[in-house]
Design a protein around this ligand. Structure first.
Ligand SMILES: [Mn+2]
Length: 199
């Protein structure tokens, strides 16, 4: 499962950078069902302007540090066994270390994710987000905060997409809902959460 020398495409965005490894996890087809059963999925709850909403997707969270995401605090949680070789492969391939993983399970076209940047303070100055995709290939759309530049990538099953550099400062990304028939997609997004500073 290790692909330290895996080929990738570099995408140089205005004020940001992506690396896309199309065939990163060769056994991706056999992992979709185990990921559905082994991980602790729940429907997330986000708070926006004082109101609570259910996320239009299932989520799971594993990590060594607490993380506050969309105003919801996620407590540290012991890694599921099957995530560890995947985390290791992503670290080898990307060249970064990670200590947390936020998973998303889009069960059909009506599941999606609104435009956002992964820029919470505990992710540090230039957050790196490394995303594995399993299952149906959904469009991942990027919009620059200048309101003009746009970019769409469609991560294939078994691919690794690394968002790095200033990407989270200048770009938002999201997955649009669709009325079309679509299969299930699971993304595993690895991050590095800074440990809380000692008082
Ligand atoms: Mn994100």
């Amino acid at each position: 499962m290790l692909f330290a020398e895996a080929p990738f495409q570099q995408v140089d965005l205005r004020n940001g950078s992506l690396r896309y490894f199309e065939d990163f996890i060769p056994e991706h087809q056999s992992l979709l069902e185990p990921l559905k059963t082994a991980l602790d999925w729940y429907q997330g709850d986000v708070q926006l302007f004082g109101r609570h909403y259910k996320t239009p997707r299932l989520q799971c969270w594993y990590g060594d540090e607490a993380y506050t995401y969309s105003n919801v605090r996620l407590e540290p949680r012991t890694w599921a066994d099957m995530l560890l070789p995947l985390k290791h492969a992503v670290e080898q391939g990307s060249g970064y270390r990670f200590n947390s993983m936020l998973g998303n399970w889009y069960q059909h076209g009506q599941h999606g994710m609104g435009f956002h940047a992964d820029n919470e303070p505990e992710l540090g100055q230039n957050p790196v987000v490394a995303m594995l995709t399993f299952g149906y290939a959904r469009d991942l759309r990027f919009k620059h905060k200048n309101g003009q530049d746009q970019f769409t990538i469609t991560p294939q099953s078994g691919s690794l997409l690394v968002m790095e550099g200033e990407t989270q400062h200048y770009w938002r990304h999201g997955i649009a809902k669709s009325a079309r028939q679509m299969g299930e997609r699971i993304s595993l997004t690895f991050r590095y959460i800074l440990p809380p500073s000692k008082p």
